[in-house]
Design a protein around this ligand. Structure first.
Ligand SMILES: Nc1ncnc2c1ncn2[C@@H]1O[C@H](COP(=O)(O)OP(=O)(O)OP(=O)(O)O)[C@@H](O)[C@H]1O
Length: 245
């Protein structure tokens, strides 16, 4: 099957070293300058790949090599300075602990808001609400503002919602490491179910066992470049050879 769901072409993202990614007014009119200005660097450069529906991709690389930046591009929460990424269908992102959640709103409101933003109807949300809360083990905090939850509980609620959306692409960026062992095991079972349903998965992880368990393909990023796009075994072998197992 050549059922392409994601196409990334020549992706590049440039950040300022000291001042976040905000661009000056002048920069907006600077045109497609292909160089980083003083004080800027490329967090990602010349990254191209295609993804077929149902693939499970592990994104591998040392700290700060561009993995989260890549996921943010796929999620559409960050725009590339060069290149394009197109996703045929919606994306369910679990990429930053509080990403997409509003601290001042309660857990209940956040669950409803997130599910609504991802296209679920009021009826569908109502039908899934209890199982989301149950999965998260968040019955006691339904009416608590999200910002008052512990970081583990934030991840539980976020995973519970995101894994109940009907989006074809699921992005998971290390956040699961925050959950306790029992919850992680539950999440992994859920990810396996989603993969059986032909969802497409991007998993950023430093845990080789998790990567081998879920992923068939790997993308290895180093200094913002895609060094290797291969099977997860090939990618991990190369990564270990470069950086020691
Ligand atoms: N908003 C930003 N402004 C400036 N620099 C940024 C910004 N976001 C990320 N960076 C930098 O871009 C580079 C790539 O970051 P990224 O978060 O993608 O790395 P990563 O591979 O996910 O790392 P880790 O394994 O530590 O999570 C890093 O040097 C990081 O400091």
């Amino acid at each position: 099957m050549t059922d392409k769901i994601i196409t990334a072409n020549g992706l590049g993202v440039r950040f300022r070293r000291n001042r976040g990614s905000s661009r000056s007014f002048k920069d907006l009119f600077a045109g497609g300058a292909r160089r980083a200005r003083p004080g800027e660097f490329w967090a990602l450069r010349d990254v191209s790949f295609d993804v077929r529906r149902g693939e499970a991709i592990g994104v591998v690389g040392r700290n700060g090599q561009g993995k989260s930046t890549l996921l943010k591009l796929v999620a559409g929460v960050l725009f590339p300075d060069e290149g394009t990424v197109s996703v045929h269908g919606g994306v369910a992102p679990l990429i930053e602990i509080t990403g997409g959640f509003v601290g001042d709103l309660t857990v209940r409101d956040n669950v409803q808001l997130t599910a609504g933003l991802h296209g679920l109807s009021k009826r569908e949300i109502a039908a899934r609400f209890d199982s989301i809360i149950d999965f998260a083990g968040a019955a006691d905090v339904i009416d608590t503002p999200f910002k008052h939850l512990s970081s583990g509980m934030k991840v539980r609620v976020a995973f519970a919602v995101v894994s109940q959306l009907d989006e074809p692409v699921l992005l998971v960026d290390e956040v699961l490491a925050v959950g306790d062992k029992a919850f992680r095991a539950k999440c992994y079972d859920r990810i396996e179910e989603l993969l059986k349903e032909e969802k497409t998965l991007f998993l950023v992880s430093h845990n080789e066992r998790d990567l081998r368990r879920f992923c068939t393909r790997g993308l290895y990023l180093n200094a913002g470049k895609l060094v290797l796009d291969g099977t997860i075994d090939e990618v991990l072998e190369r990564y270990d050879a470069d950086h020691g197992a």
